[in-house]
Design a protein around this ligand. Structure first.
Ligand code: ADP
Ligand code: MG
Length: 246
């Protein structure tokens, strides 16, 4: 089932001298996939993710998510759609420092109007699933980067999003914590969560993603499935084999 459908999508930012950040990108993402968007800095990765998230609007083409044409939604309905159907994880976690871990995770559920008891049960279940239940009453400033990103992932999942979007979720983490966060995302994906993430870490992408879409200068340069259906570029195969050795 197609969950995300970009059709000839372009984005030119005002004041960019007419240069397109995304240039005629068509891309489908199926439910259940873990897709990594890769590419050099400035290639349009965040732009693409923000268009799927409805954080920004394209200057050309159509973005459909979960069958909904985002371009046809008013700002208010788009905000509502985002809150109810999408989860977003950022590089720098974006937790609220004056709220506890549990309060941060509960926030989107409260905005959705979920009753307190089931929301709390769901939040605690997620914190346990992510291995940080004992941190529920702590404030974010006391946590490590890896722990903060787990909290952010729990917050993104509380409303059971159709798709989890993550922009460089390991970008602020060391190698060990980065791999742990990717392992978590892979585990969630195995349980059925669709994940679309941006990374410039080829090792993590080839190890954990089922599909890698590479952007260069705002265009899709390569689109590879790592399930054997399509051969990988040789450089990526080498990385994957090395990673799998103990
Ligand atoms: P990436 O995430 O791959 O590094 P971005 O999507 O952030 O790339 O940026 C793609 C291009 O669009 C870059 O040239 C960047 O400078 C430009 N850009 C991104 N955001 C804005 C913005 N808000 N206003 C103007 N230009 C932007
Ligand atoms: Mg970016």
């Amino acid at each position: 089932m197609t969950l995300v459908e970009l059709t000839q999508v372009s984005k030119t930012y005002a004041g960019a001298g007419g240069r397109a950040a995304l240039d005629d990108v068509s891309l489908d993402v199926d439910g259940g996939e873990l897709t990594a968007i890769m590419g050099p800095s400035g290639s349009g990765k965040s732009t693409l993710l923000n268009l799927v998230a409805g954080i920004d609007r394209p200057t050309g083409g159509r973005v459909r998510v979960g069958g909904e044409d985002l371009g046809r939604l008013s700002e208010g309905r788009l905000a509502r759609f985002r809150r109810a159907r999408l989860g977003f994880v950022f590089q720098f976690f974006n937790l609220l420092g004056n709220l506890t871990v549990l309060e941060n995770v509960l926030l989107p559920a409260q905005l959705e109007g979920t009753r307190p008891a089931p929301a709390r049960a769901r939040a605690m279940e997620l914190l346990a699933r992510l291995g940080i239940a004992e941190l529920a009453g702590h404030y974010p400033a006391r946590l490590s980067g890896g722990q903060q990103q787990r909290v952010a992932i729990a917050r993104a999942l509380i409303n059971r999003p159709a798709i989890l979007l993550a922009d460089e979720p390991t970008g602020a983490l060391d190698t060990h914590n980065g791999a742990q966060v990717m392992e978590l995302l892979e585990g969630l994906n195995r349980e059925g969560q669709t994940v679309l993430l941006v990374t410039h870490d080829a090792k993590l992408a080839t190890r954990y993603a089922g599909r890698i879409v590479t952007l260069i200068d705002g265009r899709v340069h390569d689109d590879s499935r790592l399930d054997g259906a399509r051969p990988l570029p040789e450089t990526m195969v080498t990385v994957r084999i090395k990673e799998e050795q103990p």
